[in-house]
Design a protein around this ligand. Structure first.
Ligand code: F6P
Length: 325
């Protein structure tokens, strides 16, 4: 095993709160062990364009509490091409980068997996996405902050919903995953939660609304984006058709969910996996994501980490049924 001397670090895909804490952990751990660190701006795009720079302790000062990513991020089409990846490798070589820490979600790890194999480059990934849609970690960096942002917003929506006796459909992010909607729906006391992982029976939702307490006219339906039943406007249209007496409003929370100062949970998670990533690379780990399973550091091959169809705990949906009556 050749000894690693210079670790390149980048963030890629959608940003998430806590990515800065992860960058800080990687940089400081590498320096602690006497390694050089190279920052790569805008993920794979920056790698291809040669936007690389040396990082030191100072370059990650005062960032642990900041949302976004100081390294910036992008989704790169060019990296999907053989030529793009070749150029990226040339640039890494020119900067003497001999290992990488990739911070991002499944798109990031898909690219890392191909690149690591093509160029025999040791790469360890950190789970950075608000969606929590990776296997091999109980939580991803940014998820906790995002769900707290959501419930704060929904608490506010509930105030006005209650005053006006309105039904709100609140659409949250998650790409193809309902994990944000599921947890926040419970925490915000939603009457129904619609997620892509469970077949949406709108009729059952309607019946539930009908059966619901007659004295409580304000209602919250938590909806994950990209569900088969349609977006918030489509569901709102159907509710209007079925219950013209409901005063219905739609609220799409959007990118507010991706910003803000990371929660304590996210900062600690990012710090733990950041340290483990550098130590893992030094110990010979490659093509793996480092996460926390049952509060213990765990390495999972990229292939398994990005496996789709994360199981939803059926108890969560049952809880909503019981509690929202
Ligand atoms: O993967 C993170 C995420 O915020 C998803 O929840 C969402 O579907 C997507 O990114 C939005 O991406 P963009 O910022 O490119 O519109």
């Amino acid at each position: 095993m050749t000894q690693i001397k210079n670790i390149g670090v980048y963030t890629s895909g959608g940003d998430s709160p806590g990515m800065n804490a992860a960058i800080r952990a990687v940089v400081r751990t590498a320096i602690y062990y006497g390694l050089d660190v190279t920052g790569i701006r805008r993920g794979y795009d920056g790698m291809i364009k040669g936007d690389l720079f040396p990082m030191d302790r100072q370059s990650v000062s005062n960032i642990i509490q900041r949302g976004g990513t100081i390294l910036k991020t992008a989704r790169s089409e060019q990296f999907k091409t053989v030529e793009g990846r070749k150029q990226a490798f040339e640039n890494l070589k020119a900067h003497k980068v001999d290992a990488l820490v990739a911070i991002g979600g499944d798109g990031t790890f898909t690219g890392a997996k191909i690149f690591g194999q093509e160029y025999d480059m040791p790469i360890v990934g950190l789970p950075g996405t608000i969606d929590n849609d990776l296997c091999g970690t109980d939580f991803t960096i940014g998820y906790d902050t995002a769900i707290n942002t959501v419930i704060q917003a929904v608490d506010k929506i509930r105030d006005t919903a209650e005053s006006h006796d309105r039904l709100f459909i609140v659409e949250v992010m998650g790409r193809d995953s309902g994990l944000i909607a599921l947890r926040t729906g419970i925490a915000a006391g939603a009457e129904a939660i619609l997620i892509p992982e469970s077949k949406t029976d709108l009729q059952a939702v309607f019946e539930k609304l009908e059966r619901g307490r007659k004295d409580k006219k304000s209602k919250i339906i938590m909806l994950a984006e990209n569900g088969e039943a349609g977006d918030a406007f489509e569901i709102g249209r159907q509710i209007k058709e079925k219950f013209p007496n409901y005063d219905t409003r739609i609220s799409i929370l959007g990118h507010i969910q991706r910003g803000g100062s990371p929660s304590c949970m996210d900062r600690v998670l990012a710090s733990r996996v950041g340290v483990a990533a550098v130590e893992g690379l030094m110990a010979g780990h490659r093509n793996e994501m480092v996460g926390l399973i049952h509060n213990e550091i765990a390495f999972t091959p990229f292939d398994n980490a990005i496996k789709r169809n994360i199981d939803i705990n059926p108890d969560f949906l049952k809880i909503v049924d019981i509690l929202a009556t």
